[in-house]
Ligand binder design. Structure first.
Ligand code: GLC
Length: 575
């Protein structure tokens, strides 16, 4: 089966490298401190030159922005601060003219509380839209059950007008849709078709795991309060163990995610998408069940387990690949990422404080050489790092404000609470893209207050303009590696064979493609030590395709390979 799949011609999304744009922070075209479509369109040449093939845009729809666009108030519009539908179309056309595909972010679980659907749903118990959301009577003078929202507090919000509670997994401003109501599906599939008709290439599906809850709505059995759990997750458990995190989380929130019905729903959505040629669905979930039988559900789900570590080590990646690739149904295509708008940037996440730049480079090499489609996040190509906001008034991420308030009410000093919250806040990775070394990092004109402060390290070379002309910059490294991937079929469609599986310091593997016939050796030295490695491979010789340290395409005997600290080495085997 594996062999047959490999020979099948690949779809565009299997060959593509995706690049996530966080629209509020990418490029401010009209100088109001907020990114927009005019800005994004102006930067398409930059993206084409970088060498990415597809863009995922985080939500661009009208929204009151309680969760920076993940609270949608109109699924068929464009947020006015991002531009008009025509601006969107110009962006889409411009991307397509450059051979870049565009996928949108589809938030299915919930809408904004200001969506017309919810406003009507709230208006009376008899309104035809009442049942579009999840309403329940209270119990014993309180909410219907003890469920919480991981964004803070009860998952229920009382509505005085109709004397009932509505359910929200995320913020109170994000009421959950009732997906058991066929009218909800119908309305959402219409919105899905609206953008597909305009020519968008697919969707990244937000928070699919929480679309359904246990309909019996039993109380959760967790003995901890939510605040105790938050503290344990952020400060560690009193006994020093953190092994219980997954189990604990499940005991509190387990009735609220991965419930019956979600796979049938995703299959229905797949059928909608399949009415259009060549579109793609990527799920924000790591459960391989979402691949269905490999052809009837989502095209890809993220390999999040790979990124859930403090260090990218060889044993970690070996184990991840072994498990992940074996778990995929036949025909399913892997999808890897180390970065997005919800997590600490990879430089901080995996850096050791001493070799961050080198670690960022080996991390990119890993993304671009593992089997599967890589997703990159805007700004990583210039080595953007997290920015810890210096004042609580700058915070835009509501769970971080909840975190801060929790710390304050449990007696933590404001200074410490700020540091802790800034470290945890998703704002840290959402700061504006630094385009040049001028005030406001060239994101917005001087004198404009940007929606989140720019990271001051733009003045230390973390900006596009300064890196463009530096051959050794992170930006040029990204360009080189993206080019190598594009030119090397085995890195795109090849199968994966691990080598030296017990190695601690380096990660080595082969990628082999039958059509065209090519075998590549990839060796990533993930340590700060020089290494001398022995490879006994067929033919015994290789032509270097890429090295972060050695000069270009030399032919080497593979018996002994000398690697510099953190060297990335890719070679084509010669038989
Ligand atoms: C997803 C998004 C995240 C958002 C949440 C609720 O996890 O990635 O940013 O807050 O869903 O929509």
């Amino acid at each position: 089966m594996e062999k047959k799949d490999r020979m099948a011609p690949l779809k565009w999304w299997q060959k593509a490298v995706f690049y996530q744009i966080y629209p509020r922070s990418f490029a401010d075209g009209n100088g109001d401190g907020i990114g927009d479509f005019i800005g994004m369109t102006e930067r398409l040449d930059y993206l084409a030159d970088l060498g990415i093939d597809a863009i995922w845009i985080s939500p661009h729809f009208p929204s009151p922005q309680f969760d920076v666009g993940y609270d949608v108030s109109d699924y068929v519009g464009v947020a006015p601060e991002y531009g008009t539908l025509d601006d969107f179309k110009r962006f889409l056309d411009g991307a397509h003219q450059r051979g870049i595909r565009v996928i949108l972010d589809l938030v299915l679980n919930h809408t904004s509380h200001l969506h017309q659907w919810f406003i009507e749903s709230c208006s009376s118990r008899d309104h035809p839209r009442r049942d579009w959301y999840i309403w329940r009577d209270g119990k014993n003078g309180g909410p219907p059950n003890n469920w919480n929202s991981p964004f803070g507090g009860s998952a229920w919000k009382y509505d005085e007008t109709t004397d009932q509670y509505y359910y929200h997994y995320f913020l109170t401003e994000q009421p959950d849709l009732n997906w058991r109501n066929p009218e909800v599906k119908k309305a959402m599939w219409e919105a899905v078709r609206f953008w597909l008709d305009l020519g968008v290439d697919g969707y990244r599906l937000d928070a699919i795991g929480t679309i359904f809850e246990n309909p019996a709505m039993p109380d959760h059995p967790c003995k901890m309060t939510q605040e105790e759990m938050r503290r344990a997750l952020n400060h560690g458990f009193p006994d020093g163990s953190d092994k219980k995190v997954g189990t604990l989380w499940k005991s509190m929130y387990g009735e609220q995610y991965e419930q019956e019905g979600v796979h049938e729903l995703m299959q229905e959505l797949r059928a909608v998408i399949d009415e259009y040629p060549d579109r793609v669905l990527v799920g924000e979930n790591d459960d391989v069940k979402y691949y269905g039988d490999g052809s009837n559900e989502l095209h890809m789900v993220f390999n999040f387990p790979l990124m859930k570590t403090e260090r990218i080590t060889a044993p970690w990646v070996q184990a991840n690949q072994k498990e992940r690739l074996a778990s995929l149904p036949p025909g399913a295509w892997p999808c890897n990422t180390l970065n997005n708008h919800d997590t600490s940037r990879l430089l901080n996440r995996y850096g050791d404080g001493q070799h961050d730049d080198a670690i960022a480079r080996t991390s990119l090499a890993l993304m671009l050489t593992l089997r599967g489609t890589p997703f990159l996040y805007n700004g990583e190509e210039i080595g953007m790092s997290d920015y810890r906001l210096p004042d609580i008034s700058f915070f835009r991420d509501p769970p971080a404000v909840w975190f801060y308030n929790g710390e304050i009410s449990s007696g933590t000093s404001p200074e410490t609470a700020l540091l802790l919250a800034a470290d945890d806040s998703r704002d840290r990775c959402r700061t504006p893209m630094p385009w040049s070394n001028v005030v406001n990092a060239g994101f917005s004109p001087e004198g404009v207050t940007t929606w989140l402060p720019v990271n001051p390290n733009y003045a230390k070379g973390i900006n596009v303009a300064d890196q463009r002309d530096h051959p050794e910059s992170m930006l040029n490294f990204y360009k080189r590696m993206l080019r190598i991937r594009k030119q090397t079929p085995a890195l795109i469609n090849g199968d994966y064979t691990p080598l030296h599986e017990t190695a601690e310091n380096y990660f080595a593997f082969l990628r082999h493609s039958d059509d065209p016939e090519q075998t590549c050796l990839v060796v990533l030295n993930l340590s700060d030590k020089a290494l001398t490695l022995k490879f006994e491979l067929q033919g015994g010789a290789a032509r270097g395709l890429f090295s972060s340290h050695k000069p270009g395409s030399e032919t080497v005997r593979l018996g002994v390979l000398e690697l510099a600290p953190f060297e990335i080495y890719i070679a084509e085997l010669i038989s």
